[in-house]
Structure formats: structure tokens, C-alpha cells
Write a protein that binds this ligand. Structure first.
Ligand code: FES
Length: 104
């Protein structure tokens, strides 16, 4: 399957503990910087409607601002209910001073 890379942000747009939302077509994607690494995750919580990038970072997890579900940022794995599935994870690359998110 071919990956399409989307230029989404400059690295300095994403601070540690301050994720941002970027739009890829009609999808919201949360862009995170954690210990100097960049990660991109589906941004709408699978439980109800909340943008996870507006939640709270605790260690390497993001906590949903609405009902407290938690997800592991590097993998998208759901670690706490009430959400009941993992988040889609996207590849991120840094190239020519820009961040690109890959959609397969
Ligand atoms: S909307 Fe995220 S836990 Fe309910």
C-alpha cells in the first residue's frame, strides 16, 4: 500500500506536553512531541466526541478531557476505559525542517 505524506507543521509548532490538531482531509490528527520524538494519533476519542489533543499528558499517555480514557502516545494503545479500542497511529517524519504525517 502506498503512503501519502502530508506536510502538516514545523517542529517548533509542537511543544513537549502541548499537542496540536492537524487536519488531513476530514480527519483530525493529534500531533505530539514526547521526549524529542514526534507521534501522530487519531485525535477524536473513540468513546464520544472529544479531541484528545486538548486532554492531559501524564508521562507517555494522553488522558481524554471528557471522561478520562487514556491512551499510550507512542502506540495509540487504549490503557483506560471508558474508551474500548486503540487509536489509529500514523507515521511521522521530519524532512527539510517540516513534519510530515503518512497516510497509507
Ligand atoms: S469522550 Fe473520551 S473518554 Fe469519553
Amino acid at each position: 500500500m502506498t503512503t501519502t505524506w502530508h506536510d502538516v507543521a514545523a517542529p517548533e509548532d509542537v511543544a513537549e506536553d502541548m499537542p496540536i490538531t492537524v487536519k488531513l482531509g476530514d480527519r483530525d490528527v493529534g500531533l505530539y512531541r514526547l521526549n524529542g520524538e514526534f507521534y501522530a494519533l487519531e485525535d477524536v476519542c473513540p468513546h464520544a466526541y472529544a479531541l484528545l489533543s486538548q486532554g492531559f499528558i501524564e508521562g507517555d499517555e494522553i488522558e481524554c478531557p471528557l471522561h478520562g480514557a487514556k491512551f499510550h502516545i507512542p502506540t495509540g494503545r487504549c490503557t483506560k476505559e471508558p474508551a474500548d479500542r486503540d487509536l489509529r497511529r500514523y507515521d511521522v517524519k521530519l524532512e527539510s525542517g517540516r513534519l510530515f504525517v503518512g497516510v497509507a
